[in-house]
Design a protein around this ligand. Structure first.
Ligand SMILES: [Zn+2]
Length: 107
């Protein structure tokens, strides 16, 4: 049976869209981590730097375009490229690792 769309809409994913669907899943799980991190930072009364907020809005943009691709919608932004997803994921994972080791070294 075909997997369901990563966005939670319940649509079945066509075979030719499976790569985008698995990228979408990865972007989504990264965004969830960042959302939790943002809340944790908010609770300390601090704010995330603009660079991080820009990075998160890029991630949402990629997420929405990937969902549109999996849905076979026509509204894909002209600037969307798969390699932007790859780059974003790589940056996200590296940054998370860095934040985690910074936190660990404080204890
Ligand atoms: Zn969907």
């Amino acid at each position: 049976m075909a997997p369901e769309c990563f966005c939670g809409c319940g649509r079945r994913v066509r075979f030719s869209r499976r790569t985008q669907n698995s990228s979408g899943l990865k972007v989504e799980s990264e965004l969830e981590w960042w959302e939790a991190y943002r809340e944790a930072v908010d609770q300390t009364g601090a704010e995330l730097p603009d660079t991080v907020l820009d990075f998160l809005s890029d991630g949402l943009w990629l997420h929405d375009n990937l969902a549109a691709l999996v849905h076979d919608e026509d509204q894909i932004d002209a600037g969307f490229e798969n390699r932007k997803v790859t780059r974003w994921l790589k940056f996200s994972q590296t940054s998370r690792r860095k934040i985690r080791s910074d936190l660990a070294s404080r204890h």
